[in-house]
Design a protein around this ligand. Structure first.
Ligand SMILES: NC(=O)c1ccc[n+]([C@@H]2O[C@H](COP(=O)([O-])OP(=O)(O)OC[C@H]3O[C@@H](n4cnc5c(N)ncnc54)[C@H](OP(=O)(O)O)[C@@H]3O)[C@@H](O)[C@H]2O)c1
Length: 308
């Protein structure tokens, strides 16, 4: 156990499912800022259940203003107990922005760097992954993922070798659309993976049928992308008031309600909402604390949001 991993807690849902949850203390914050973590099945290492997505929001020119605002955002993320940050060569300048900000602010060692390979061909994959290491300004990436299953066998063979060499700590695959779930399922059954990153939210629920249970059976950690359906969920609820009963599972905003609905699934390890807005970041990080909805509450949330 590291200093970040303190008291082990066990949460039990009304359905009798046991959620292994570890309560941690950020090195820079007091008890009130503690965030929950869950273990990566292949290693037992705990990661915070809320991470940060960077698609579009980190694809920026680092002007002095942007360097300050995004640097502050990254520092706030770490201060609030965040570690997992997800990027891809597909996200333009995002990897380079993370590398420059994390190095400049001395945050690199506190982050769990996740990125992807998104190209056809073994040699092109090798060159892409070398560029990712350089852009992130690191000798080791925590998690390398095959983006959208592109040339998955060729890329996984390199990723396995680099994991053995210590250049990657974990390897995995990603997708964002249920049209690919049959293929995702085949790869999950065939390959030995540490992580699966997949879309799952109150409005994109297909992953709960086969993909998330299979990942759980195979001992694969899951990162949930598009937790707000790319932001569409906020358009759906507009200015509707949050129900009073959301307070029963320590929820004070719609963003927290959407995230806690996801995180209440024992098959989910971590969710990665994207934002470059510090108020939204703080809001999202709050979803990583306190009580989670039980099965009845989860159903109630679903019925409410389905009405909108
Ligand atoms: N195939 C893949 O591997 C794949 C595919 C899709 C996504 N991903 C990963 O998953 C991450 C998340 O998915 P996503 O970016 O598509 O969508 P998302 O996280 O579901 O939604 C992001 C949107 O929600 C808004 N938002 C965030 N927090 C909010 C809050 N508290 N209140 C109100 N609005 C809020 C953001 O706007 P503001 O910036 O204004 O807060 C942004 O427009 C990506 O960034 C990427 O890292 C991977």
């Amino acid at each position: 156990m590291t200093r970040r991993q303190a008291v082990k807690l066990i949460g039990t849902t009304s359905a009798g499912l046991v959620l292994p949850i570890v309560k941690v203390e950020s090195q820079t914050e007091n008890r009130s800022s503690s965030i929950l973590t869950r273990p990566i099945p292949s290693s037992g290492e705990n990661i915070p259940i809320i991470g940060l997505g960077t698609w579009e929001v980190f694809d920026v020119d680092l002007t002095p203003d942007k360097e300050k605002s995004l640097g502050d955002l990254l520092a706030l993320f770490v201060k609030l107990g965040g570690r997992v940050i997800d990027s891809s060569p597909m996200y333009g300048r995002s990897e380079a922005v993370i590398g420059q900000l994390a190095t400049g602010r001395g945050l690199l060692d506190q982050l769990f760097l996740a990125t992807k390979v998104w190209t056809q061909g073994k040699q092109a994959g090798i060159e892409s992954m070398e560029r990712s290491l350089a852009r992130l300004q690191t000798k080791r990436i925590d998690l390398m993922q095959v983006h959208n299953l592109i040339d998955v066998e060729a890329q996984l063979s390199t990723m396995r070798d680099w994991k053995a060499q210590g250049r990657f700590k974990y390897i995995g695959i990603t997708h964002y659309n249920s049209s690919a779930f049959a293929e995702v399922e085949k790869v999950l059954r065939r390959e030995k993976l540490d992580f699966l990153q997949i879309n799952y939210s109150i409005q994109e629920r297909e992953a709960e049928q086969r993909i998330l249970p299979l990942a759980q059976d195979r001992g694969v950690a899951t990162i949930v992308n598009r937790p707000f359906g790319g932001g569409d969920l906020f358009g759906r609820i507009r200015a509707k008031p949050l129900p009073d009963w959301a307070a029963e599972f320590d929820c004070s905003s719609w963003a927290q309600l959407f995230l806690k609905w996801i995180l209440a699934s024992p098959a989910v390890t971590c969710a990665i909402p994207a934002t470059n807005n510090p108020t939204h970041l703080q809001d999202n990080m709050m979803a990583g604390r306190g009580r989670m909805p039980d099965a009845n509450m989860r159903q109630r949330v679903l019925e409410l949001v389905t009405l909108f």
